[in-house]
Design a protein around this ligand. Sequence first.
Ligand code: FES
Length: 264
Amino acid sequence: MNDRCEILCHEVLQGPYRRIVFHAPEIAKTAKPGQFVHIRILPLRDRILRRPFSICSADPEKGSLTVVYKIVGEGTDVLSTMKPGDVCEILGPQGNSYSMPKDDEKIYPILVAGGYGSASTYFLAERLKQKGAFLTGARSGADLLLIEEYRKLGFDVRISTNDGSVGHQGFVTDLLAHTLREAGDRKPVIYACGPEPMLIALGKLALTLGVECELSLDQRMGCGVGACFACVIKVNDKTNADGWRYSRSCKEGPVYNAKEVYLG
Ligand code: FES
């Protein structure tokens, strides 16, 4: 679906982080946690490429679609100047989604996010009937996002920062062992989004511990529809002599079971 969508609300979350809400009823109707949208920022009309953004929330009743982003380059810089009433062209929802447990399944969801990966896991937190833990890691406290929103949804929030300014000083993976103990008789399931080194470390740890784990790989993208191979990642493939093949994360992903991803 490719829609012209009006901006309903655009706000500063903190520092370079922004939250933007679009009127996008068709996308909001079908969007699932883990999917992304590909946005053409119309003031950059001469640019061919769209920018991919994880869906942070979608409300089918209101027809709204929320994205959280960080100003990191020219595209997001221009986007940050757009106001309610302005219009973007949005393609989506794109890609696959996290696997959703049945409402009565006895699972203990552990959502793990690095940086603004917390936008992708937030949509999942909203839709899950089961509440669990939200582990988030960032460089410093200034890069932690949506903490209160996760608490309001009933998630137990645990924080790590590289500089120790908030929470545990170290990596978010350090928080996992303690959190797993709290699952009790529920089956722990990890859902994660963030920088690749964090996801690789988390995937390896989950496999070692025998815990179900889904990773949303936040790759650079070009076309967003499977045509350009800009977004490839390595996945296991025993039929190949090397034991792996490339997978287009915009089509087969962005969410992969940790067992599928080639973790080196
Ligand atoms: Fe072009 Fe995935 S972004 S194939």
